[in-house]
Ligand binder design. Structure first.
Ligand code: ACO
Length: 333
């Protein structure tokens, strides 16, 4: 096992809206069934925003993580928010969370790597911490997929929920840490939600750009489920294997793998490829659905609180999603 400069997770937090939507609720709005959703995805229910904005979910999760770490807000040296469902183009979600936390003037940035956001953010935090001038990083993953979901499209609306989860990270010398991050922009068209089009008064031409991207209905999320499924079942094991290889350990030496919670079948297939039993895979998708970048820290939160993951365990966070992006981090909790 290779030891290097890594991170320790000193605080965790989570917040989800109170409102829930179970499979039976979707039976009333689209042509679907609890049986289809359960068999194809493993999802039973999700938490859905009742008007709370994305940043608010993130703020509540961040407040818990800061309290759990036993620090003051002023001790945080950097806030990284990860979201593909922000409330504003500007200000960033990180700045809105900072506003809510108060007593902070540290740098605050958003990153958007869809469902891989948490893994990318942890790795980015580790690189800032390794430089030494920043002592603590607050990573907050906050998502409201309910904003982007077309509730008339049964193939996507049943998948997604809203959640936020946060961690406080500090530098840890001589520890287990490795990461593998990747992206494949050639698959951008398989998962897309469009932002604003230019409507300036000088425009003379119809756009001939992005002809390969899907034509969306408003800003709604469009997904080629089969292509994303194929990508995910390869990306997940590849990321875990590569991150383990860099740390000179094998996947079976991990105590837990915390994968992006997109679909139980994707996770089962990946576990098989990795030669791991499902006991190693942390799952909470049945209660939350796919909450994009919040899903990994949310599953981690439940596993820590239930005692399934303990201090000193070797864990692997692994994400995959829009971009297409994927990646994994291996570290000691
Ligand atoms: N209820 C009932 N039937 C449905 C539903 C539904 N909610 N949705 C689709 N169907 C139907 C289809 O119309 C199709 O009917 P047909 O055979 O008459 O044409 C049939 O079910 C099978 O559809 P498929 O799309 O082949 O179903 P599949 O088994 O592939 O499951 C799913 C679909 C669950 C979306 C799957 O493809 C999947 O999980 N893909 C990956 C999604 C994913 O991981 N996305 C997250 C990426 S993360 C991010 O960045 C946001």
């Amino acid at each position: 096992m290779i030891r290097s400069v890594g991170v320790k997770i000193t605080g965790i937090g989570r917040y989800v809206p109170q409102l829930t939507a179970a499979n039976a609720d979707y039976e009333r709005i689209v042509d679907t069934s609890d049986e289809w959703i359960t068999q194809r995805t493993g999802i039973k229910t999700r938490h859905i925003s009742d008007g709370e904005p994305t940043y608010y979910l993130g703020l509540r999760a961040a407040q818990e993580a800061v309290a759990d770490a036993g620090i003051e807000v002023s001790d945080i040296g950097l806030i990284i928010a990860t979201t593909c469902t922000p409330d504003y183009y500007t200000p960033s979600t990180a700045c809105l969370i900072q506003r809510g936390l108060g007593d902070s003037d540290c740098p605050a940035i958003d990153i958007n790597c869809a469902c891989s956001g948490f893994v990318y953010a942890v790795d980015m935090a580790r690189r800032y911490l390794a430089c030494g001038d920043i002592k603590r990083v607050l990573v907050v993953a906050a998502e409201e997929l309910s904003k982007f979901v077309d509730y008339t499209d049964r193939s996507t609306c049943i998948l997604f929920g809203d959640a936020a989860a946060a961690v406080v990270l500090e530098k840890s010398d001589d520890t287990l840490y490795s990461s593998f991050l990747a992206a494949d922009g050639s698959g951008a068209r398989f998962l897309a939600a469009r932002a604003l089009l230019t409507e300036n008064p000088f425009r003379q031409h119809d756009s001939e750009f992005d002809m390969d991207m899907p034509v969306p209905n408003k800003h709604y999320l469009l997904q080629d489920g089969k292509e994303v499924y194929k990508f995910a079942t390869k990306a997940l094991p590849k990321a875990v294997e590569n991150a383990c290889k860099k740390a000179d350990i094998t996947p079976d030496e991990l105590d837990a793998v915390i994968p992006h919670q997109a679909n139980v079948r994707i996770i089962e297939t990946a576990a098989k490829h990795l030669g791991l039993s499902m006991d190693k895979m942390i799952l909470n998708i049945s209660d939350y659905g796919n909450t994009s970048s919040a899903s990994i820290p949310n599953a981690f939160y439940d596993a820590v609180k239930s005692g399934r993951i303990k201090r000193g365990d070797k864990v692997c966070f692994v994400g995959f999603g829009g971009g297409l992006t994927y990646g994994a981090c291996v570290l000691e909790f």
